[in-house]
Design a protein around this ligand. Structure first.
Ligand SMILES: O=C(O)CCC(=O)C(=O)O
Ligand SMILES: [Fe+2]
Length: 339
């Protein structure tokens, strides 16, 4: 493990790892064919059967696996390589590179303020993750400190962001068409704002130490977004989703994307679609890379529904920030529930 690339906070704990390998563990790896996550074919969204499947996945799971999305497998490999190279730089290099930049390099917590500062919650509550927050609208203008790794990283990310914004638009249209709500109430155009599209790249350390492993790479949460689209590491598992009160591993299946509903989608859909609870476990054998794309409503568009007080995404974000500062965690949609 390249310890110099990790934040000092992580090093002390990662240094003292014991490498106990369970000889039976490989035998119980998830079998891909049995993966229960619903699969949606991006090319068939116009077909009745697929529309039905999509609606059911959004209601019952709040999450699905997207296939046939037109992103070539070689592109995923390139993207993973670039993200790996970036995270393997020395910690201080990463810190300096994004200082004074609209991109935020963070660790220990996934929660950021609207201006990009990390919302830390004391040493009790460490999330074993480091990440880079990349608002897409800033990426083309931003000039991070000249470094060959950053240049090639940026090039690939711009392409990925463009592809994902097209996928998100198509999915959102298909999802809102499926809802039993008046179409004029689901103001699809203003309820999703592509300029807010944000990419986050993450690295989770490998961890075989039972004490650390009891804690998480990312704590249990729901996303605040309308939609989140995740490209997991091709082979390393970690993401778990809560389904019928049970934690299920979302298997890393190469060339597929995981799409989940966020809190804004839940509110817009009058709770028909679920903002699913999920978390990330640390992998015992390998560090893990993942890449998330998040899209939000326009800041000042009022979200109207029968279950929640009218609110804007701005109101929601401010409330989340305040709750994290006060209580150490996000309360989320409950805050806006009509009583
Ligand atoms: O890294 C992952 O697999 C999940 C990340 C995630 O849940 C998030 O960024 O909200
Ligand atoms: Fe998430």
């Amino acid at each position: 493990m390249n310890l110099e690339s990790y934040p000092p906070l992580f090093r002390k704990l990662l240094e003292n790892q014991t490498y106990e390998v369970d000889p039976f563990e490989d035998a119980i790896k998830p079998v891909q064919d049995l993966d229960p996550v619903p699969v949606i074919d991006f090319q068939c969204l116009d077909q009745l059967e697929e529309k039905k499947k999509l609606g059911e996945a959004c209601k019952d799971w709040g999450l699905f696996r997207l296939v046939n999305h037109e992103i070539p497998s070689i592109f995923f490999s390139q993207l993973q390589e670039e993200v790996k190279k970036l995270f393997s730089l020395e910690f201080e290099t990463k810190q300096d590179a994004f200082n004074d930049s609209p991109l935020t390099y963070f660790w220990g917590t996934p929660a950021l303020t609207s201006s990009g500062a990390a919302l830390t919650r004391g040493t009790q509550n460490i999330n074993w993750v480091e990440g880079l927050n990349i608002p897409m609208c800033q990426l083309s203008q931003c000039q991070p400190q000249q470094h060959p790794v950053l240049e090639s990283f940026r090039f690939v990310l711009v392409e990925y962001g463009n592809r994902l914004s097209r996928i998100a638009t198509t999915l959102f249209k298909a999802m809102t068409r499926n809802l039993n709500l008046n179409l004029h109430r689901v103001k699809s155009k203003s309820y999703i704002s592509l300029p807010t599209g944000t990419i986050r790249v993450y690295r989770y350390p490998q961890c075989s130490n039972a004490n650390i492993n009891a804690t998480l790479g990312m704590e249990v949460h729901t996303d605040s977004s309308v939609l989140s689209i995740l490209s997991q590491d091709q082979a390393i598992s970690g993401l778990e989703v809560l389904k019928d009160d049970e934690w299920l591993t979302v298997a890393p299946i190469p060339n597929t994307l995981i799409v989940n509903m966020g809190d804004m989608m839940q509110a817009m859909s009058d709770d028909e679609y679920k903002s699913v609870k999920h978390r990330v476990k640390l992998n015992k054998h390998n560090e893990r890379i993942s890449i998330g794309y998040f899209v939000f409503p326009y800041d000042d568009i009022v979200i109207e529904s029968s279950k929640y007080k009218p609110f804007t995404y701005n109101d929601f974000r401010a409330q989340v920030e305040e709750d994290i500062k006060t209580f150490g965690y996000k309360i989320g949609l409950e805050r806006f529930h009509l009583t």
